[in-house]
Ligand binder design. Structure first.
Ligand SMILES: Cc1cc2nc3c(=O)[nH]c(=O)nc-3n(C[C@H](O)[C@H](O)[C@H](O)COP(=O)(O)OP(=O)(O)OC[C@H]3O[C@@H](n4cnc5c(N)ncnc54)[C@H](O)[C@@H]3O)c2cc1C
Length: 371
């Protein structure tokens, strides 16, 4: 039987950030992930600078061996509508590849890794948990993403009645010919909203790679919306006509739209496992990283007593950071609820200050400072 102070299930941004912080404080941390790393994750791969600040990330050193696309503008509009370009004087975000970033963060965390191993069993013991009949730990942190087995263990009804965002995405390496044809610029990601405003599509270029996808409330007619979006991009000459079509799908929850239990005796959830993505943009990496750091903070303060009561500060930190959860709307999430009309998407002031600065870049919220 192996022992560790904390076992984290899932080595994505939530799990690796939490592990990194706990290791800095001297805890013996193990991360278990069902995948071998590097592994891919369905994602557009857009990170806001607050993520990198909170992780004390060295962008220069990272960029030497990984894709780190600086973003200084956005092209936005409605699908089949008018397009607007909004420029910034300096870098406001970055494009990364998840297969690279997640691997980098997990290795940097310094945690002991059990990769290629899924969580199969979770049993109570006198001093905590026995996991997979092989690991003994007083605290299990669920960071397994939307379908996290720890969330399921804590009672989440995965896939049953939760109002999800369903998304499909493809990231591929363009041939030299495709690179010449593609009109999307690396520093200017493109975001186009569905006519019913229930979701949006994106097109991000990161070096030789092109990432295209679309996310919407629920998964009804997702493929049709995606086809409309891709046809639109091709008609406008934004992407090559021979763009591959093997899109992959995934689901996740927006903060406040579905409420999962976040803590229990000897366990807590972080990142997508807890359903924390920003409701207006669907950005999930920042809340994943921040919740991982906040969970680490609560863990340190609990000093080995991981009773439900001692873990309460974590839920209070989530509310103070992401806002109170008002009555969740079951079955009908209000994605982009603040957009009153597609007309606003033609307005330069609205697009810059509300849509981009506030909802997509979260400029009003400083990065999370950890001591
Ligand atoms: C199409 C799409 C595009 C997106 N684009 C963006 C974007 O551009 N920017 C952004 O900020 N957010 C984006 N998001 C959201 C973002 O991807 C997630 O919020 C983020 O990955 C959450 O991180 P996490 O660490 O909580 O979970 P994940 O990144 O999902 O990591 C969970 C880990 O747990 C492991 N795991 C799962 N089950 C088990 C098990 N049984 N046992 C052991 N390990 C397990 C998995 O292998 C995985 O490595 C997007 C989401 C989608 C679906």
């Amino acid at each position: 039987m192996e022992n560790c102070d904390v076992l984290i299930i899932g080595g994505g941004p939530a799990g690796s950030s939490c592990a990194w912080r706990l290791r800095e404080q001297g805890l013996d941390v193990m991360v278990m992930d069902k995948s071998e790393f590097p592994r891919d994750k369905i994602c557009a791969g857009w990170v806001t600078p607050a993520v990198l600040d909170a992780l004390r990330f060295d962008t220069e050193s990272y960029a030497q061996h990984h894709v780190l696309q600086a973003i200084t503008a956005f092209r936005t509009g409605l699908i089949n509508g008018r397009e607007l370009q909004t420029r910034y004087p300096s870098t406001v975000s970055y494009g990364i590849r998840r297969c690279e970033l997640d691997d980098y963060l997990l290795k940097r965390s310094g945690a002991r890794l059990r990769l290629g191993e899924a969580l199969n069993s979770l049993k109570r013991s006198s001093n905590g948990w026995i996991v997979n009949d092989a690991i003994s730990t007083p605290l299990v942190i669920g960071a397994g993403g939307h379908f996290c087995p720890v969330a399921r263990f804590m009672g989440a009804e995965l896939g049953a009645s939760e109002p999800i965002i369903a998304a499909k995405e493809i990231e591929f390496e363009m041939s030299p010919a495709q690179q010449g044809i593609c009109q999307v610029q690396g520093d200017t990601p493109e975001l186009y909203f569905c006519q019913d405003l229930k979701g949006y599509g994106w097109c991000f270029r990161k070096g030789r790679y092109l990432n295209i996808g679309l996310g919407r409330e629920g998964n009804a007619h997702l493929s049709e919306h995606l086809k409309t979006f891709c046809d639109f991009l091709k008609q406008r000459g934004r992407i090559p006509q021979d763009t591959p079509e093997n899109f992959h799908g995934h689901a996740y929850l927006l903060y406040g739209h579905a409420v999962r239990k976040q803590i229990d005796d000897g366990m807590l959830l972080i990142g997508d496992a807890a359903g924390l993505a920003y409701p207006q943009s669907g950005e999930g990496i920042r809340p994943a990283v921040e919740s991982g750091l906040m969970a680490a903070d609560t863990t340190m303060q609990a000093e080995g007593d991981y009773s439900l009561e001692q873990l309460l500060p974590y839920t209070r930190q989530l509310v103070s950071r992401f806002g109170p959860v008002v009555a969740p709307s079951r079955g009908k999430p209000d994605f982009l609820r603040n957009i009153l009309s597609g007309v606003l998407l033609n307005n330069k002031v609205f697009t810059r200050h509300i849509l981009l600065d506030r909802w997509f870049l979260h400029k009003h919220q400083a990065s999370l400072q950890v001591a």
